[in-house]
Ligand binder design. Structure first.
Ligand SMILES: NC(=O)c1ccc[n+]([C@@H]2O[C@H](COP(=O)([O-])OP(=O)(O)OC[C@H]3O[C@@H](n4cnc5c(N)ncnc54)[C@H](OP(=O)(O)O)[C@@H]3O)[C@@H](O)[C@H]2O)c1
Length: 299
């Protein structure tokens, strides 16, 4: 039997870990980038590197012949200004996939589509209500996918993802360089997920997910930004900077950055656990952050 084929559109931070996990399962993986300079790290993750830019639809169409069993899309809406985005990158991908539908299309979206939740529990049935420009673009991008399922039968799974952390994506560097900004002691609650659990969720969404379905991929226990920062600083034996008042920094941040810093959502992973059967390796940041810092060689 020939190997299953996966196409990872955007082999960046998540895409590389995804490619490595798929290839360890015996899946034949192609991973894309816009820059040939990144071919080495994509090949090292076990994937065949290819150039792809959503601005050049031919580069995308060529990757769909023959049609892979699954396509993972990690490409975010393109930034067109300080607080402006376009979903044209997603539209180019959705149109190409709808022309030659793979067995499944797994879209990596964002929980920013929910907007402000005042710390309330949030799940797939919660109405979306984005407020930040990035959140509005994300809502537009996932609508393109869900419409392609309804109208053109593209077997999509939309995965909404909160803050991703893992090796190379911890607070360490910002704490070490003093770039970490502590706002109101980061008292808002947010959900997170370790990149390896995210990868497990994305693969489960492909293998066990239902077409046209939305999945929230997050860990078991949302924590405040303050708890997250104290955890990281404590493990590294680093001091936390003084907290600044939200009102004092409002004018220093773009609308999008301010929104990210004040998001307050508790996300439920019930559907991920029950429908997709994902057993988290890092149920909370208290397991995941030490593991990530250890993999960085920092602790
Ligand atoms: N970080 C978080 O906490 C978080 C939270 C929720 C959702 N997400 C989303 O998760 C997804 C994956 O995140 P990540 O951290 O892995 O992102 P990343 O490291 O920036 O990787 C993104 C990949 O997409 C490719 N790409 C970007 N624009 C493209 C375009 N126009 N045409 C073709 N390829 C393009 C990049 O290509 P190059 O290799 O050429 O750069 C890169 O390979 C993103 O959509 C992100 O917004 C992230």
């Amino acid at each position: 039997m020939s190997a299953e084929r996966a196409l990872v559109l955007g082999c960046g931070y998540v895409g590389l870990r995804l490619a490595r996990a798929l290839s360890a399962e015996g899946v034949s993986v192609t991973g894309t980038t816009r820059s040939a300079g990144r071919f080495g790290e994509i090949a090292a993750a076990g994937a065949r590197p290819e150039l792809m830019d959503t601005g050049d639809p031919a580069s995308l169409a060529a990757l769909l012949r023959p049609t892979p069993e699954v396509v993972f899309d990690t490409v975010r809406p393109l930034r067109t200004g300080a607080d402006a985005y376009t979903v044209e990158s997603t539209r180019a991908i959705v149109d190409a996939l709808a022309e030659r539908p793979p067995g499944a299309a797994v879209y990596v979206g964002s929980t920013s589509v929910y907007g402000r939740r005042g710390g309330e529990w949030t799940d797939e049935a919660t109405p979306i209500d984005p407020v930040s420009p990035a959140g509005v673009a994300r809502a537009g991008a996932e609508a393109l996918y869900l419409d392609a399922w309804r109208v053109r039968g593209l077997p999509v799974r939309v995965c909404r993802v909160p803050g991703i952390y893992g090796p190379g994506r911890t607070l360490r560097q910002r704490l070490e360089t003093g770039a970490y900004l502590r706002v109101d002691d980061e008292s808002h609650v947010v959900s997170r997920i370790h990149v390896d659990d995210l990868v497990a969720g994305l693969i489960a969404a492909w293998r066990r997910g239902r077409a046209g379905q939305v999945y929230l991929l997050c860990d078991d226990r949302p924590v405040t930004g303050g708890e997250y920062a104290r955890l990281t600083a404590g493990l590294l034996d680093l001091p936390l900077p003084a907290s600044v008042a939200r009102a004092d920094i409002r004018h220093e941040l773009s609308a999008g950055a301010f929104e990210r810093r004040t998001a307050d959502r508790r996300c439920s992973n019930r559907r991920m656990r029950e429908e997709l059967g994902v057993a988290l390796r890092y149920p909370t940041v208290h397991q995941g952050v030490p593991a990530a810092l250890a993999e960085e060689g920092a602790v």
